[in-house]
Design a protein around this ligand. Structure first.
Ligand SMILES: O=P(O)(O)OC[C@H]1O[C@H](OP(=O)(O)OP(=O)(O)O)[C@H](O)[C@@H]1O
Ligand SMILES: O=c1cc[nH]c(=O)[nH]1
Ligand SMILES: [Mg+2]
Length: 213
């Protein structure tokens, strides 16, 4: 994991770089694309969860008693930004099956490129949890900022944003609006095109996950 700014990290692990490159190819099928989103999310989860608190407890093996460790307290909530963020949930849930899941529905208006809210359902105890906001794409950053503003309104204190491809503009926007939110990405691309798509990016993540175009 490489730090590119305060609270901003790129996962340059070879497995992640290999998988994201396959995702970028326009010839990759919906099935493979969806599998890769989950696999990368799972690999990112391993690193992102390294600060989870542990408590000790007694375990009896077939041979002797010993000290075991378990993740303590109310811990995680995952908040995918619909639709594309849903593609990252299963990979992370396979590592932390007790995480609660909230949903924020946003789409980018095709003309203004501004996020439009259509759904928000968060766990009742969200303010006591560390929250991982999930979305494969951070382009202008408008959607991430809007989703995180719902969490801030609910007094969530610990927020991490996990994405696959982050453009410089989106990182800047999210980082200056919410400097306390740690940003993790699998790739950092430099620019956006006239339709605010990430260049080179991987196209429309939602459409590629769900085969809608
Ligand atoms: O950083 P931004 O400029 O806000 O762009 C990123 C957003 O755009 C995409 O969602 P989209 O609007 O395509 O919705 P979808 O997931 O339903 O396809 C993507 O999944 C992000 O949510
Ligand atoms: O490149 C982009 C930008 C926004 N949303 C996507 O799915 N892809
Ligand atoms: Mg989309």
């Amino acid at each position: 994991m490489r730090k590119i700014d305060d609270n901003v990290y790129v996962f340059d692990h070879p497995l992640i770089q290999h998988k994201i490159s396959i995702m970028r190819s326009k010839d990759t099928s919906t099935k493979i694309f969806r599998e890769l989103v989950n696999e990368i999310a799972m690999l990112m989860c391993y690193e992102v969860t390294k600060d989870l608190p542990l408590e000790t407890y007694e375990v009896e093996t077939p041979i002797a008693k010993t000290t075991g460790y378990r993740i303590s307290g109310k811990t995680l909530a995952l908040v995918p930004i619909l639709r594309a963020g849903l593609g990252m949930v299963d990979g992370i849930m396979s590592m932390v099956p007790t995480a609660k899941v909230g949903h924020v529905g946003l789409y980018r208006d095709p003309k203004t490129h501004e996020p439009v809210e259509y759904y928000c359902k968060l766990p009742d105890d969200i303010e006591n949890r560390s929250v991982y906001v999930l979305d494969p794409m951070l382009a202008t950053g408008g959607s991430a900022v809007a989703a995180i503003s719902f969490l801030k309104q609910r007094n969530v204190k610990s927020i991490k944003f996990l994405c696959l491809v982050a453009a410089d503009e989106g990182i800047r926007h999210l980082h200056t609006t919410y400097p306390d939110v740690t940003i993790y990405c699998a790739a950092n691309d430099k620019s956006l095109n006239e339709n605010k798509y990430i260049v080179p990016g991987l196209g429309d993540a939602g459409d590629r996950i769900y085969g809608t175009k």
